[in-house]
Design a protein around this ligand. Sequence first.
Ligand SMILES: [Ca+2]
Ligand SMILES: [Ca+2]
Length: 100
Amino acid sequence: MKKIIVKVLLSAVLFAFLGCVFSFGAGAATGIEDGVISFAVYEAGDANADGIVDIRDTVCMKKHIAGADNSIDAAAADIDGNSLIDGGDLVLLRKIILDS
Ligand SMILES: [Ca+2]
Ligand SMILES: [Ca+2]
């Protein structure tokens, strides 16, 4: 009986942690120090890193794709996670904005 309770508690803690991480959008492990895993938290699509996903992010992403501006949050702008910031990410960003 104790094993079942422990498993339920561990599952609850894991789901609470994952819910916390994913409620911010996306994150990537940035390092481990003293047994603590650090995460960079960003919202997918927030290319200009102002905390809001909106039309200004599409402008920022278009400028970056055109080579006119490199001041972009690359992790947030790479929405499909293929390590490139391209038209596919722009399509996904428009969908995110339209669905919000
Ligand atoms: Ca933004
Ligand atoms: Ca991409």
